[in-house]
Design a protein around this ligand. Structure first.
Ligand code: ADP
Length: 486
């Protein structure tokens, strides 16, 4: 908007009309004082200022405007009846654009000047706006940089404090920070610690994860530069993301040698203990069987001997399972692969269970006429295990369904019960070693290793295993193994 200041109403009228005719929004003031009030309140692109006014004259107004930072850049065109000395004008008003027009003025010339000043004002405003934006941007970047530096400093200090070997890397995998501990294992900050020749190559695994953008987790042996002995470490590296983009990686090597040794000792102990228990147990069983044959007539003794034999069988199964676990751990679980008929295996297993658990009703569905290549005893072990669990965890609803079917080159066997079921949050770990559902474990005996062994057996047959269950409704345990083209 343009402000026209003149004490004569006709002058104001003719100027306002002229300007508005050329689409310049115009405001007016009839004295220096009124003009000042308006200037301080509103924003003007240009002021056309009459020099000779009663009270505050044009020069005084200009001088005052120049004193305020918000108004000092408004251009001014002075209107004067006489040709005043220009020195006089510039004295009071340095900053903004300035011009001088004598009355009576030529409207075209005045308009030309108005247009020039108006454009000048607009450009200056745009420049100022741009400068403001740039200033803010610089400020923002500065702050962001300071923030990033502070965060990095904090992270590096933490990584120096922890007892692990630690490092950070850029998004492309280039290592950009290592803690002091790193240098016990590597001479250079961009070379990973030396690993045992039999373990995975860190560089290869690292590059793979850079491509897949997934966290890295590896157990491997690394050694200190001046030592001969390797120690097991758990290498873990996770990507740090900002708005879905990986900005860096943070990694640690944790010494797990002691846990590894403890676990090895535990496995060895389990293996020795179960071996040692097996032999005397076999003798006890043999003597009991002899005794069984000799008790004739005495019903009570007969019942006791039968119960003892049944408990010996349970103990035998437990020891065999423990032995299986230690064989899995040491990679010594052997498989005797042959071709066998799955139908007769299923019939035998179901018959045997039905005879033992006469109060249960085991229903068989489907009879796939296929030959399976696998370890017959181990597959039977899986089916018996699924059946034993179905019976054990269904103390009330005594119906069990065993289904078998072949589809897409896969034999699938499932055992369904209508027992206590397993809640969703407990299902994920069900096939893990020593896992038992906590809230029901006190009611049912067990070690939590049966399903772990089943999983291992199925894996070794290149098969799949899974389960479906609902708390209180029952469970179905499945496994599938490839049967090839029949
Ligand atoms: P356990 O000796 O404890 O039965 P398993 O490895 O066979 O060990 O089973 C692990 C856990 O899975 C069990 O403790 C039990 O909580 C749960 N589970 C297995 N089968 C069933 C089933 N059919 N119904 C309900 N829970 C089951």
């Amino acid at each position: 908007m343009i402000l026209v200041v003149d004490d004569i109403a006709e002058n104001i009228f003719s100027l306002k009309t002229l300007l508005e005719l050329h689409s310049f929004p115009t405001d007016t003031a009839m004295s220096g004082e009124e003009a000042l009030k308006k200037i301080l309140k509103n924003t003007y692109a240009l002021i056309i200022l009459d020099v000779q006014m009663p009270g505050m004259d044009g020069f005084e107004v200009a001088e005052t405007i120049a004193g305020y930072s918000s108004t000092k850049n408004i251009p001014i065109i002075f209107l004067s009846a006489v040709n005043t000395d220009k020195k006089f004008i510039t004295k009071g008003y340095h900053a903004g654009g300035i011009d001088y027009v004598t009355k009576p003025f030529d409207p075209e010339i005045l308009l030309l000047k108005v247009k020039t000043f108006y454009r000048l004002y607009e450009q200056t405003r745009e420049l100022n706006d741009m400068q403001d934006i740039l200033k803010k941007e610089i400020e923002f970047r500065k702050n962001a940089q300071t923030d990033a530096q502070a965060k990095a400093f904090e992270l590096h200090s933490t990584l120096e404090l922890i007892p692990q070997i630690a490092f950070t890397a850029k998004a492309d995998g280039t290592i950009d920070f290592v803690n002091q501990r790193w240098f016990n294992y590597s001479n250079s900050s961009n070379v990973f610690p030396l690993t045992h020749p039999d373990d995975a190559d860190i560089n290869i695994e690292w590059r793979k994860k850079m491509e897949s953008k997934e966290p890295l987790q590896l157990e491997l042996r690394v050694k200190k530069i001046h030592e001969e002995q390797y120690r097991y470490h758990l290498l873990r590296a996770i990507p740090v993301k900002e708005k879905e983009n990986i900005v860096k990686w943070v990694g640690t090597f944790t010494d797990i040698e002691e846990q590894k040794q403890a676990s090895r000792q535990k496995d060895e102990f389990m293996s020795i203990a179960s071996h040692e228990l097996k032999t005397p147990l076999a003798s006890i069983k043999a003597y009991m069987q002899l005794l069984e044959r000799q008790v004739d007539g005495n019903e009570k003794t007969k019942t006791y001997v039968e119960r003892t034999l049944s408990q010996i069988n349970k103990l035998n199964i437990l020891i065999t399972e423990l032995l299986d676990v230690s064989k899995i751990e040491s990679g010594k679980l052997k498989f005797n692969m042959t071709a066998f008929d799955i139908d007769s295996l299923l019939s035998n297993a179901i018959d045997m269970m039905q005879q033992t658990y006469t109060d249960y009703e085991i229903i068989r569905k489907g009879s796939p006429n296929v030959q399976v290549i696998g370890d017959e005893m181990r597959i039977e072990q899986v089916i018996i295990n699924y059946l034993t669990n179905a019976i054990k965890y269904s103390p009330e609803n005594k119906r069990i369904e065993v289904c078998s079917a072949v589809e897409n080159g896969e034999l699938t066997i499932s055992v369904r019960d209508f027992g206590i079921g397993i809640s969703k949050e407990n299902q994920a770990n069900i096939f893990k070693k020593f896992y038992r559902v906590e809230d029901t474990s006190h009611k049912f005996q067990g070690l939590g290793i049966g399903l772990y062994i089943c999983a291992e057996i199925i894996k070794r047959h290149n098969g799949r295993y899974w389960m479906e269950s609902e708390r209180g409704t029952g469970s179905t345990f499945y496994f599938s193994i490839p049967v090839g083209d029949q």
